[in-house]
Design a protein around this ligand. Structure first.
Ligand code: HEC
Length: 130
C-alpha cells in the first residue's frame, strides 16, 4: 500500500512544471550526484540509516517527515507537500526559507550540484532499500 502511494506520488510529481531558472531546469547526473551526495550530505545523511538527519531512500515523491524512527523537528512533522525535484531544489538552496523552523540549516548554492544530487536521490528512491 505504501509503495503504491509512493508510485502515485512519483508519477504526479513528473507533471509538476518547475519554475524557471532553478536547478530543476538543469539536467542532473546521478553518478556525479552520488559523489556529491557522499561528500556534501554524507556527514549527516545516508540512504538507509537515520543519522544526524533522516534516511533518504524513497524521499522523492514522499511527504516530508516520514523516514521511520527519525525524530524530526515540529516544522517537518506538519502536513507539507511531497518532495518533488522542484521542492527539493528550493530546500537544498535554503532549507529554513522553504520550511521555517527546520533543524537542517546547511545550504547548497550551486544549482548544478543540487540538480545532480536530486537526480541521484530520484534514482535511489525507486530502488529497494537494504
Ligand atoms: C549538518 C547536517 C546536515 C547536512 C550536511 C545535510 N542535512 Fe539534510 N537534514 C539534516 C537534518 C537534521 C534534517 C531533519 C530536519 C528537521 O527535522 O527539521 C534534514 C532533513 C533533510 C531532508 C528532509 C527529509 C524528509 O524525510 O523529509 C532532506 C530531503 C534533506 N535533509 C536532504 C539533504 C541533502 C540532499 C543534503 C546534501 C546536499 C543534506 N540534506 C545535507 C541535516 C543535514
Amino acid at each position: 500500500m505504501r509503495n503504491r502511494l509512493i508510485l502515485v506520488a512519483l508519477s504526479a510529481g513528473t507533471l509538476v512544471v518547475p519554475a524557471a531558472s532553478h536547478a530543476a531546469d538543469l539536467k542532473g547526473d546521478p553518478a556525479r550526484g552520488q559523489a556529491r551526495y557522499e561528500s556534501s550530505c554524507g556527514g549527516c545523511h545516508s540512504l538507509d540509516q537515520n543519522r544526524i538527519g533522516p534516511a533518504h531512500r524513497g524521499v522523492v515523491g514522499r511527504a516530508p517527515g516520514r523516514a521511520p524512527g527519525y525524530a524530526y523537528s515540529a516544522a517537518l512533522r506538519k502536513p507539507l507537500p511531497v518532495w518533488t525535484p522542484a521542492r527539493l531544489d528550493a530546500w537544498l538552496r535554503d532549507p529554513p526559507a522553504l520550511i521555517p523552523g527546520t533543524k537542517m540549516t546547511a545550504r547548497f548554492p550551486d544549482p548544478q550540484q543540487r540538480a545532480d544530487i536530486i537526480a541521484y536521490l530520484k534514482v535511489e528512491s525507486s530502488r529497494p532499500g537494504r
